[in-house]
Write a protein that binds this ligand. Sequence first.
Ligand code: NAD
Length: 253
Amino acid sequence: DLQLRGTKVLVTAGANGIGRAVVEAFAAEGAEVFTCDLDEAGLASLPTGIGHCRADVASRADVAALFDQAIARLGGLDVLVNNAGIAGPTGRVEEINPEDWDRCVEVCLTSQFNCARLAIPHLRKSANPSITNLSSAAGKFGFALRAPYAAAKWGVIGFTKSLAIELGDDGIRVNAILPGLVAGDRQRRVLEAKAQQRGVAFAEMERLAFSFTSIKDYVTPQQLADQILFLASPRGRTISGQAISVDGDTRML
Ligand code: NAD
């Protein structure tokens, strides 16, 4: 038992992928969960009992409305999981459309500031408050032809470590999780694009990707959720300011 029963949790982008697994795992532990997404059909298909609304986390107006609804429903906040992220544009820096750079940084990084600043006053009133920010293995390596995403995910780690120091006196823990090769459609699309760039078959690209890991398998969204729940639980109480790789020891992207 992770002792998360009744814990008030807000997860961004919970309609699909990792966010959805995190939402479902917290709910399975008896936590009270609220989430948002752009994908309204995905939100509507969540199990009953999970509060949700449409919100673009890059929009401060949407995030303000999200917090109004989440706090009204949950009656407070113990845990914020800043999960929302997009792959961003692929290509050489001089070819990247500046608007695509801005959007990638806004969704992957600025969104975490947008949500944290509204969460902090509520977290200060919690008995075991924490923020977990999704970064990526791209947040510790260079990522060929994905500079906007890597820059945003490195930024997440700087934001996380700074915020952990700032909020330490309030007992609010702040950590980043860095997934690597995650099972699912999103990863498949990334590897397919890379295979195309290199002119190799998908299976060859997959084999190449795993050759740079120790544990040669995908990490599942549920396995990521396990770590995120642990951090939020009382068992995670000594852990703050960390950038935690949950990636089978990925050494290159
Ligand atoms: P996903 O694409 O499967 O799901 C992302 C969800 O975010 C979707 O439901 C989408 O509608 C929503 N979303 C996108 N932009 C949004 C916005 N502006 N506002 C609100 N919701 C928005 O992605 P995922 O694989 O579950 O990734 C979740 C997080 O994990 C992201 O931060 C991602 O960068 C990170 N990550 C993923 C991988 C991977 O391989 N899948 C690897 C490393 C890090």
